[in-house]
Design a protein around this ligand. Structure first.
Ligand SMILES: Cc1cc2nc3c(=O)[nH]c(=O)nc-3n(C[C@H](O)[C@H](O)[C@H](O)COP(=O)(O)O)c2cc1C
Length: 173
């Protein structure tokens, strides 16, 4: 563990606080941020952390229609910011408004804290952070998904691209 002095961050192992991450995925969601010139953040309620190609990886599912999709394609990097406290209003806003129409950081007064190893910032109001570099991606083939989920989530198409982000930094407040 090292202290990342300027913002009072403490490095943690990528797997140290996973129960909290999974809990938040299922209740409220996490902030997925990308974009280097003008950062943008959206909410994800799905995702996973594990090992691929001997590396710690955060997989995030992003529908083709999201503004974030283009940002990750362009940047090849993203960050995940996990709120431990109540950020209901921010999650509601970032999970419904698009960065195409509004600057969410400015609108909500969110603090973009510069990444340690990526050009994408994390959200200063959150508590746990992952910096990720895309090492693989795969857009879903909706046709081979089981019927119940296909009918529930993909009536109008718009599949998710699963971005496999190698976790190159992980820290908490
Ligand atoms: C609780 C919650 C979970 C969400 N999970 C996802 C997700 O896993 N993948 C996704 O593509 N969109 C998800 N969304 C929707 C996006 O956050 C939303 O469409 C957002 O406005 C996209 O922003 P953008 O266009 O700026 O990228 C979720 C929304 C909420 C409220």
């Amino acid at each position: 563990m090292g202290l990342c002095s300027s913002y009072g961050m403490i490095n943690v192992n990528y797997n140290e606080l996973l129960p909290k991450v999974v809990e938040k995925l299922g209740s409220g969601g996490l902030f997925l941020t990308s974009g280097t010139e003008r950062p943008n953040t959206m909410v994800i309620g799905w995702g996973s952390v594990g090992i691929y190609w001997n590396k710690p990886v955060f997989i995030v599912p992003v529908r083709l229609s999201r503004f974030t999709h283009g940002l990750i394609e362009e940047a090849g990097e993203f960050t995940v910011s996990v709120p431990f406290g109540d950020m209901k209003a921010e999650l509601a806003f970032c999970g419904t408004k698009s960065g195409r129409d509004v600057d969410k950081f400015r609108e909500l007064n969110l603090t973009p804290v510069p990444g340690q190893k990526v050009k994408v910032p994390v959200i200063g109001e959150c508590d746990l952070f992952y910096e990720c570099k895309v090492i693989y991606k795969q857009t879903m083939n909706i046709d081979i998904l089981e019927d119940v989920s296909r009918n529930r989530f993909y009536k109008s198409g718009d599949p998710h691209t699963m971005y496999y982000g190698e976790i190159i930094a992980c820290y908490k407040k």
